[in-house]
Design a protein around this ligand. Sequence first.
Ligand SMILES: Nc1nc2c(ncn2[C@@H]2O[C@H](COP(=O)(O)OP(=O)(O)O)[C@@H](O)[C@H]2O)c(=O)[nH]1
Ligand SMILES: [Mg+2]
Length: 392
Amino acid sequence: MLSIALAGKPNAGKSTFYTAATMADVDVANYPFTTIDANRGVSYVRTDCPCLERDERCNADNCEDGKRYVPIELLDVAGLVPGAHEGKGLGNQFLDELTNADVIVNVVDASGGTNAKGEPVDIGEHDPLEDIDFIEEEMDLWLAGIVDRNWESVERKSRSPDFDIDDVLADMLSGFGASPKQIATVLRELDYPEDPIQWEDAHREELARLVRERTKPIVVAANKIDVAPEENVERLLELDKPVIPTTAEGELALRRAADNGLVDYDPGDETLEIGDDVNDAQREALEDLRETMAEWDGTGVQGALNHAVYDLLEHITAYPVEDAAKWSDGSGNILPDAHLLPDGSTPVDLAYAVHSDIGDGYLHAVNAKSNREVGENYELEEGDVIKIVSTN
Ligand SMILES: Nc1nc2c(ncn2[C@@H]2O[C@H](COP(=O)(O)OP(=O)(O)O)[C@@H](O)[C@H]2O)c(=O)[nH]1
Ligand SMILES: [Mg+2]
């Protein structure tokens, strides 16, 4: 499963975001280091279900009237503070946990109501722009430290006649989630001495930065938009980085209200419908939230997860079926499964995602929307419904 980590300084709203997005109970509190261990839960990205193109909506568990929710893993990593790579504020442990992630949501307190260490200050007192770069810098320095510590072994291996720097670095950085292909791309971009003994700190730092950029893309969640000065959010949106305005607290309130039947709201909706069973105080709070959502296109929590998976990781959703006419599995369930695959994936990749046996026995595939056979080099598109024919 794809894994998204929530990073950011203490009190930015990571645990609130996590709780809302997974609806699990974790500690949410206004003091640093509430979350000591990485919390790991299941959340979803949202997409249009192909059943919208049919007369009837499908009955899949993760489809709500054509709103399709595809599972991903969400990690609530404890707060990072500047200096984390040197071990400040339990830093190394937190950075290690980020290693497991495919993509990172950097939760920033856009209200400016917490200082650099995450301690509460008056709203607007701290400039949230200062909280953007340090996560990247901490990760870069931390990775550079790992490269540094391993460099002697690279130097040793370089004496072997069949030394290949691509292989050695791919091996060293595979634990960080870097594929051999990514390492090869990075090495093409990097200007470096042939002989590892001649590498300087600057070379290793640049290598670390490029690898981190490729293997851990980051989207910023400009959080607490419900209380943030609008100007702060606008300045964050002007950055040359992906930024999604969010209110994690608003999303949490909405999910709880929806659970209790007080509102009509599905994660990722841009607005909500207030039911008749709310009291005056609830109505007022929900109307405020509705105004905030109207300004920023929803609570942004779903938007941030979607951006991470569909835009930064460039994934698509494909739906394997056994019956190309009914779009169902063998038991008649319509569109039972959805798979997230990297852009450019083929029916063979989808077959392997379903099961390695299905992949091994792959014969051909049918695009169930057009009812035409597709070649094994066909590039799957978002929302494709595919029947795989396999000997297994
Ligand atoms: N106003 C507002 N407060 C929020 C929002 N998200 C989180 N908070 C509050 O910020 C404080 C810290 O939240 P928490 O999720 O524990 O932060 P963490 O340390 O990053 O995990 C808590 O009091 C939350 O209720 C938000 O979107 N708006
Ligand atoms: Mg927390």
